[in-house]
Write a protein that binds this ligand. Structure first.
Ligand SMILES: [Zn+2]
Ligand SMILES: [Zn+2]
Length: 168
């Protein structure tokens, strides 16, 4: 399994290398609704169902997976809802090996990393220990000192083979 440090997109309010406690589901819906209200968007039944669907998954999902596992929303309304939730900072886009995938923003679900299967493209969430996160924060500080680059956030991607692909 190789470890690659990919660029992390700084988001406002994101805390560098900090393991934030994930919010409870009810609170996630409240925060999502509030964020949409800020841009005069409504937290419709479809958007709420989509947030719940992402909440129930153990990793970022492709559009196809969301369509297959979703309720009644059409693909076009799914795209529209994802775009609006993305604009409001509720949903975050992850560029994966197979496709673009979507997950809830770390501010809602807590800081984490990803396990990426290079055979099937599946991406699973990975939470690292506080010790490792602290070491990563120190590494970022060191990198800032030597390169002058100001690290705002980080995201690790561990690339390998998932359990299903390993047996076949
Ligand atoms: Zn981290
Ligand atoms: Zn796989």
């Amino acid at each position: 399994m190789s470890v690659a440090i990919v660029n992390a997109v700084p988001r406002d309010g994101a805390v560098l290398g900090h393991t934030d406690e994930p919010l409870a589901a009810d609170h996630i819906h409240e925060v999502s609704a509030a964020r949409l209200r800020q841009t005069r968007q409504r937290y419709t039944r479809g958007r709420r169902a989509l947030v719940q669907q992402l909440l129930d998954l153990d990793g970022p999902a492709t559009i196809q997976e969301l369509v297959e596992g979703g309720s009644d929303s059409s693909t076009s309304s799914l795209y529209r809802n994802l775009a609006i939730l993305d604009q409001c900072g509720v949903v975050h886009r992850v560029v994966a090996v197979d496709d673009t995938r979507y997950e809830l923003s770390e501010e809602l679900t807590g800081h984490h990393h990803h396990l990426v299967c290079r055979d099937c493209g599946r991406v699973a969430d990975l939470t690292l220990s506080d010790d490792v996160e602290r070491a990563l924060t120190r590494a970022a500080t060191q990198a800032s000192r030597t390169s002058g680059f100001r690290v705002a956030a980080h995201n690790l991607e561990m690339v390998g083979t998932c359990e299903d692909c390993a047996v076949s």
